[in-house]
Design a protein around this ligand. Structure first.
Ligand SMILES: Cc1cc2nc3c(=O)[nH]c(=O)nc-3n(C[C@H](O)[C@H](O)[C@H](O)COP(=O)(O)OP(=O)(O)OC[C@H]3O[C@@H](n4cnc5c(N)ncnc54)[C@H](O)[C@@H]3O)c2cc1C
Length: 569
């Protein structure tokens, strides 16, 4: 018999968004029983990888303003951001920086003792607060440590959530496997927050941790919730070749150059004012254009590249501001960036789309919110600005944690229906664990990644996307849903197959959304439709699950302050 554990609030995910939500719910309502569930040890959540900074307006006295952060974010989004959401975000964010400061965050400081801020692409003002180039690690540490003060919060490390339970349009809890025993548990709960992170492992060449799969998105989609704007994937300009490990934008923020094979700073042809600090969509498109036109360096596996040069910054500055980048390039390539430029090319880095939410982080299911990269409240539109993501996790962790805690105080307890648990037990233990099939799921994953890396990369075409959709539909029918390892304890074969199901399903949504959007906007560039088309496409995509694949609907962008204009950098 599956045991059912009783909670008031269940949070799926212990990244910055999940931990911040748990903290806020506990501050609002210290008596509330909170479960935070993570498929990896909490402090191994992908958020620890964030490097360069967190955006906030802290220096109004020195010339920054909410209006400027608002304008930069909206223009950066290629006008697909919902402007009410952006306005709320920029005004909420500064307090989050100071809260973290009070909780012990070791922000880098200026000589006058104030929190230091560095430049980042697309921001008019230096507003990226940072802790060297390890901002995510220190934010996670600070949130995790602060959470230890609240004994109402339990963190379930290495528990894999398999599905959300929804009855009569309301959230009832989740089902999860304890990985160390392989046993299935129900978590009965009045409220839930999905903070399961981005789905960057839809690509092979990516900066994301291996745990950043599409589980949370697929769980919501399978419950009838729409996935919004999934065609918009951010390709970060500077992925280390050949591994894809991120070389933070902080390297360009601190003054790094991009050079082609003729040693030319080519960004002057693409963004004559901002140069290397144009938004990521523009810089990534410029790099691939340079490579396609023969001005890159060849690489045996087709990962042709250009160079990121920070040598002129000098050893002292690199050691102080970019120590992790030096460590990464030395360890992975034996290249010391103090002396030699770094080989880079655009790499899958962030999912602008996600579970459709309102400005309050609500989903269409009563008692269920989504926050962080898993959610799409339309803050980033078609292109996110660097440092706005950890910031979003903090703001929306706070907003959703607060709403969920208030909701819990009024909601009554409802049972987790036995049939739901039984269905899940039988799907996993009778279906997947005893399943048979001729296909190696790991090879299926590789095939899928090749399709995505080729056909849904920086430049896309209708023809390529149509072929990719066909191939992914065929992959989904292949016999990969079986597990070689029949043991229950830490069965990573089992979790891999579940992650793969989610990956293929959400991958199909991405491809269909990208195929249908016949324009170029932000990170979605269609070579057959190279212009932005506001008349037809100034709208969000909503993808709903049907038996035949995703069904698309559209919803307007909220534009209450700034009319769309051409982007110039
Ligand atoms: C290398 C890198 C550097 C970055 N640097 C910056 C930066 O400097 N500034 C910035 O603003 N942004 C940066 N970003 C983006 C930013 O790090 C992420 O968008 C953000 O950390 C996402 O946090 P999150 O809380 O939404 O999710 P995550 O931190 O990804 O956490 C997801 C959580 O969900 C859990 N989970 C997922 N599925 C399941 C399941 N089935 N069962 C149980 N648990 C599950 C995971 O275990 C994890 O705890 C960077 C991204 C990368 C890849």
């Amino acid at each position: 018999m599956t045991e059912v554990l009783p909670y008031d609030l269940v949070i799926v995910g212990s990244g910055i968004a999940g931990l911040r939500a748990a903290l806020e719910a506990s501050r609002v309502s210290p008596g509330i029983r909170v479960a935070v569930i993570s498929k990896v040890q909490a402090m191994r959540s992908h958020s620890v990888c964030a490097e360069g900074g967190t955006a906030a307006v802290l220096r109004i006295d020195e010339g920054d303003s909410y209006e400027s952060h608002f304008r930069d974010t909206v223009i950066g989004s290629d006008f697909l951001a919902d402007q009410d959401v952006v306005e709320r975000f920029v005004k909420t964010m500064p307090e989050e920086i100071y809260l973290l400061d009070h909780w012990g965050m070791p922000w880098s400081r200026r000589d006058d003792g104030k929190i230091a801020q560095r430049p980042f692409g697309g921001h008019e003002f230096n507003r990226a607060a940072y802790a060297a180039d390890r901002v995510g690690f220190f934010e996670m540490q600070t949130l995790y440590d602060t959470l230890q003060r609240f004994d109402n919060v339990e963190i379930f490390h290495e528990w894999y959530v398999t599905s959300l339970c929804i009855e009569d349009g309301a959230f009832r809890g989740v089902i999860a496997i304890e990985l160390k025993s392989g046993d299935l548990y129900g978590f009965r709960s009045k409220a839930g927050i999905v903070a399961s992170g981005g789905a960057g492992r839809l690509y092979g060449f990516t900066t994301y941790s291996h745990s950043s799969t599409a589980d949370g998105l697929a769980m919501a989609y399978n419950q009838g919730l729409p996935l919004k704007d999934m065609e918009f994937i951010q390709f970060h300009p500077t992925g280390l070749v050949p591994s894809g490990i991120l070389i933070s934008e902080a390297a360009r923020g601190e003054g790094g150059y991009l050079l082609n094979k003729d040693s030319e700073r080519f960004m002057k042809h693409y963004a004559s004012t901002k140069l290397e600090l144009a938004p990521r969509d523009i810089v990534s498109q410029a790099i691939i254009k340079e490579i396609n036109e023969g001005r890159g360096f060849p690489e045996p596996n087709g990962l042709d590249y250009v160079l990121l040069d920070v040598t002129h910054l000098g050893k002292e500055k690199i050691n102080e501001r970019l120590p992790q980048i030096r460590e990464i390039t030395l360890n992975n390539l034996g290249i010391d960036p103090v002396e030699e430029p770094i080989p880079i090319r655009p790499v899958a880095h962030f999912v602008m789309g996600g579970i459709n939410t309102t400005i309050e982080g609500e989903t269409q299911i009563k008692g269920l919110w989504a926050a962080g990269e898993a959610a799409c409240g339309s803050l980033h539109g078609a292109n996110r600005l660097g440092t706005n993501s950890t910031a979003e996790c903090l703001v929306y962790g706070r907003i959703t944690g607060r709403h969920a805690a208030n909701y819990v105080s009024k909601a009554s307890e409802k049972a987790l229906p036995k049939e739901v648990i039984q269905r899940e037990e039988s799907r996993i233990f009778d279906g997947l664990l005893r399943g048979v099939g001729s296909e190696n799921p790991y090879l299926v994953k590789e095939e899928f990644e090749e399709i995505m890396d080729r056909d849904a990369y920086v430049f896309r075409s209708g023809e390529g996307l149509a072929k990719a959709i066909k191939k992914v539909k065929a992959l989904r029918k292949r016999a990969y849903r079986h597990i070689e390892d029949k043991n229950r304890v830490y069965n990573t074969n089992l979790t891999h197959v579940m992650e793969l199901e989610a990956t293929l399903q959400v991958g199909e949504v991405l491809l269909v959304s990208a195929y249908t959007r016949t324009e170029s906007r932000g990170a979605h560039f269609r070579i057959d439709y190279p212009s932005r088309d506001d008349k037809k496409w100034l709208k969000h995509t909503l993808a709903y699950r049907t038996e035949d694949g995703p069904k698309l609907e559209y919803t307007p962008v909220k534009i209450n302050k700034m009319k769309p204009v051409a982007r110039k950098y």
